[in-house]
Design a binder for this molecule. Structure first.
Ligand SMILES: NC(=O)c1ccc[n+]([C@@H]2O[C@H](COP(=O)([O-])OP(=O)(O)OC[C@H]3O[C@@H](n4cnc5c(N)ncnc54)[C@H](O)[C@@H]3O)[C@@H](O)[C@H]2O)c1
Length: 368
């Protein structure tokens, strides 16, 4: 795949995203092309990235002081304790605001390290090198950072754009099929937000995409990044338009929180179940017509999941799930705010639903 450069321009920062093959080996050249140089760098590395990529990155990054920290990325470690551990390394080594923190890992690593970067001395340089499909198509773009706590998911965080994103698609080859599906969840969501044409492309090339075949996977990544760019540039702080990116996510975050961020349900898998709930409810309340509903529903049913909604939850869990939905960031009243779909490219944000209706709906989904 040839190298693509996408430029993001928001009110707070302008930066580039490089997408292509063999980019980790070229990291120093990329940094120079962006006039980025640092006297100190801390690289936070996901422990599951294959060693050859870890050593390639460390070898090719040139700077005065180079520190590494190996991070065990999972939702339970996406917390304040790890933020403190990482920031203490920065303090101990006297990093200042011109020095750089690099995230080399998936969405969890990027979110934690981005949050560390935004809050260390009110902001240090930040480079994201995403290594999962989900992080390359979604989480590395747009500057949302965050951590979880016992009240729920991503409830502490910031908007902090990186100085550079480098997505090397070669690093995706070591992902297991479950992680590829997680990335596909956000690719699918983005196609629904954009157009029938983009959805049709996924529907036709689904197997090639999830088997990471070119040019299909490359096109899917570029389409997602370009859509996210458009949205984030218009509404960086999620005041209006950016809310559409949360399609399926109010459900998803509540499921993940209910399960205590267990690896029984990964974020991307929760998003697929959440999208399924959102299209089902949109159809039941006559926002989404049968024809589009059937197309999306048939597609979603083809996606293999580790565990289904019914295998994960029971009727007696629903009240607690709803209480997590209520503490979601997107709510500011007693009703619950969900994002629904009217058609391809037509999303309804701010749909208020009362708890009883939601409860009945979720129970009926479990009993299907
Ligand atoms: N900031 C945002 O805008 C945004 C958007 C979407 C999702 N997110 C967040 O992203 C997170 C999910 O991201 P994710 O799916 O990348 O999860 P992740 O970071 O946990 O990575 C998934 C798994 O893959 C492993 N891994 C990473 N790179 C690998 C590689 N190259 N080869 C083999 N294994 C590898 C990790 O160790 C982990 O076990 C969630 O916490 C979610 O909230 C954030």
């Amino acid at each position: 795949m040839k190298t693509h450069k996408i430029q993001i321009s928001t009110k707070t920062k302008k930066y580039s995203i490089f997408i292509g093959s063999k980019l980790i080996a070229k990291i120093n050249k990329i940094l120079s092309s962006q006039q980025l140089s640092f006297s100190k760098i801390l690289i936070v590395i996901d422990k599951n990235i294959p060693s050859k990529f870890k050593s390639k990155l460390i070898k090719n990054l040139k700077s005065g002081v180079k520190k590494t920290y190996i991070f065990n990325a999972n939702e339970r470690n996406k917390n304040q304790r790890n933020v403190d551990l990482i920031q203490n390394i920065l303090f101990k080594n006297r990093f200042n605001r011109d020095d750089c923190l690099i995230a080399f890992g998936g969405g969890i690593t990027g979110d934690v390290v981005g949050y560390c970067a935004s809050s260390y001395k009110r902001g240090i340089k930040f480079i994201n090198i995403p290594t999962t499909l989900l992080s390359q198509v979604d989480s590395s773009i747009g500057g949302k950072t965050g951590i979880n706590n016992s009240y729920g998911k991503n409830l502490v965080g910031s908007f902090y754009q990186p100085d550079l994103v480098v997505s090397d698609i070669d690093v995706l080859k070591s992902l297991n099929s479950r992680e590829v599906i997680c990335g596909y969840a956000e690719i699918l969501k983005n196609s629904l937000l954009e157009s029938y044409k983009k959805f049709k492309y996924l529907n036709k090339n689904f197997n090639d995409i999830i088997n990471l075949k070119q040019p299909f996977i490359g096109n899917a990544i570029l389409n997602s990044c370009n859509l996210k760019k458009k949205i984030v540039q218009k509404d960086e702080m999620e005041e209006n338009l950016r809310k559409v990116l949360n399609l399926g996510h109010t459900f998803a975050h509540a499921y993940e929180s209910y399960l205590g961020f267990s690896n029984k349900l990964n974020h991307g898998e929760a998003v697929i179940i959440g999208i399924k709930n959102a299209i089902e409810f949109s159809n039941q309340c006559k926002l989404l017509k049968n024809k589009s509903y059937n197309l999306i529903r048939n597609h979603v049913d083809k996606i293999p999941l580790n565990k289904s909604f019914k295998q994960l939850f029971k009727t007696k869990n629903i009240d607690k799930i709803i209480s997590f939905m209520k503490s979601d960031k997107k709510n500011n009243s007693n009703n619950i705010n969900i994002i629904l779909i009217q058609n391809f490219g037509r999303i309804k944000t701010n749909y208020q639903i009362d708890q009883n209706t939601l409860k009945k709906f979720l129970i009926s989904e479990l009993n299907k």
